[in-house]
Design a protein around this ligand. Structure first.
Ligand code: HAM
Length: 432
């Protein structure tokens, strides 16, 4: 008989995996709340057009989409940002600003499954709306760093590669290319690390009419820059105030990050342009330092998206961290705490004491104390073994003698100390 398996790129979560996932989600939630963000959610299934128009070609080619029974084109969300922009846009006039929202939710992309990339994964998204200054960009980058530090990762483990789409856009414009060429050139830059140079030059040539080689040489130089002074030096030759102003803004953002004491985590790196179509300003991706793995997180400023969805002109900046690359990294670094079953009391009983014991179990559960017991009472020694296996803090033993006088033995499973306690004092004793 054939057995069933999950679809490629999808995961079953056995209790251990689920405990790990919940641990990650709790840290995400804790970090966001610490930074003053509020949680939201949105539908998993959306009208396909929402992503067609807003996410960019790459994501659209990876959509899980189908026609529903009513003949509508729908898609499983590949990312949260378009749904979020719709939600915020729809209530833009009534929401108190700045709007700082986060979510933890499942995404679907029909990618080739590989290490760090699946077809179903979770993302922690955090976004700020209603602030055009780089304070908001800094806050988002700080949160990204805080989340990862909150797992015990350090500046030796990961870094934020910070770039600027606007600077790239100015560069493209200064080469007499039209506005329509900008997405194409950004796409070429995005893929440059993985592409043969001759192919990149050929693609550039097509857009900028025979100037491909010259632009390619410039790209090589820009991609090697790692400092503000390096950026100033390179763009000096354009002798253009717009470049200088934009570089000043980048320097200001870096100064803010430095003031928060996390500059060790941030590297200037113009290789990052981001695959998604809606970004308009500073963009970043977070990578493991070794550079071995796929990105841990990515984000940036997207000031036009809400307006393009037909709502108010509301600036936005945000990012998302995925659970897959992060989970791999935490396991590799061995910094996952022991995630055992969290049982406080394990009730040990016999058929003679069953009534009293199970009443007490119900009482403890009613007090929100995690309590378990063996479903078929066997010998006390086997039950105590089970108590140890579930890592119970206490075993509460209802022996016949003690039960007769309304008492039970409380055994501390770590020290093995036992004391006899009147059952009306059980909660007090095990709560110490
Ligand atoms: P993204 O770079 O497409 O950005 O995804 C962010 C993170 O999600 C990635 O860095 C990665 O950790 C995870 N991720 C993406 N695709 C996969 C996959 N197939 N398997 C496993 N993990 C994956 C966005 O989605 C933007 N919407 C982020 C954003 C929020 N920008 C502004 N606000």
């Amino acid at each position: 008989m054939s057995t069933f398996q999950t679809l490629a790129g999808f995961r079953d979560f056995y209790p251990d995996d689920c405990a790990f996932k919940n641990f990650i989600f709790e840290r995400f939630r804790q970090s966001a709340i610490t930074f003053g963000f509020e949680e939201y959610d949105a539908p998993i299934l959306e009208p396909m057009e929402l992503f067609m128009a807003k996410s960019g070609e790459e994501i659209v080619s990876q959509l899980f989409n189908f026609e529903d029974r009513g003949g509508r084109s729908v898609a499983m969300r590949p990312e949260m940002t378009p749904s979020l922009a719709r939600m915020v846009g729809a209530r833009a006039s009534t929401l108190r600003r700045p709007i700082k929202w986060f979510s933890i939710s499942e995404m679907f992309r029909y990618e080739r499954p590989q290490r760090g990339r699946l077809r179903s994964f979770y993302q922690f998204n955090a976004d700020i709306f209603g602030n055009r200054s780089s304070y908001a960009d800094a806050e988002i980058i700080l949160l990204g760093i805080h989340v990862l530090k909150n797992f015990g990762l350090t500046a030796e483990d990961f870094h934020v590669r910070l770039s600027d789409r606007q600077l790239w856009t100015l560069f493209i414009r200064s080469h007499n290319m039209g506005e329509d060429d900008i997405p194409g050139v950004l796409g070429i830059i995005d893929k440059i690390e993985r592409e043969e140079p001759s192919k990149t030059i050929e693609s550039l040539d097509k857009i900028c009419k025979g100037n491909g080689r010259k632009i390619f040489d410039d790209l090589l130089e820009i991609r090697a820059i790692r400092s503000i002074s390096g950026i100033r030096e390179f763009f000096k030759k354009f002798a253009n105030d717009i470049f200088a102003e934009r570089i000043d803004e980048l320097a200001q953002l870096l100064a803010r990050i430095t003031a928060f004491g996390v500059s060790d985590f941030v590297t200037i790196d113009l290789n990052i342009v981001r695959g998604l179509a809606y970004y308009t300003g500073f963009v970043f991706e977070i990578f493991e330092r070794s550079g071995q793995s796929r990105a841990l997180a990515g984000g940036g400023r997207y000031d036009n998206l809400i307006k393009r969805l037909g709502y108010a002109d509301l600036p936005a900046v945000g990012f998302a961290i995925g659970d897959v690359t992060l989970g791999n990294l935490l396991k590799e670094k061995n910094i996952v705490p022991k995630l055992s079953k969290n049982i406080h009391c394990f009730i040990v009983y016999s058929t003679q004491t069953e009534k009293l014991a199970l009443q007490q179990a119900t009482m403890l559960r009613g007090q929100k104390i995690n309590t378990d017991y063996c479903l078929d009472p066997t010998t006390f020694s086997k039950q105590l073994k089970m108590a140890a296996q579930v890592n119970a803090k206490y075993a509460i033993i209802f022996g016949e003698e003690e039960a007769k006088t309304g008492h039970a033995k409380v055994k501390d499973m770590l020290s093995a100390n036992e004391i006899v306690v009147a059952i009306d004092r059980l909660v007090e004793v095990i709560s110490r």
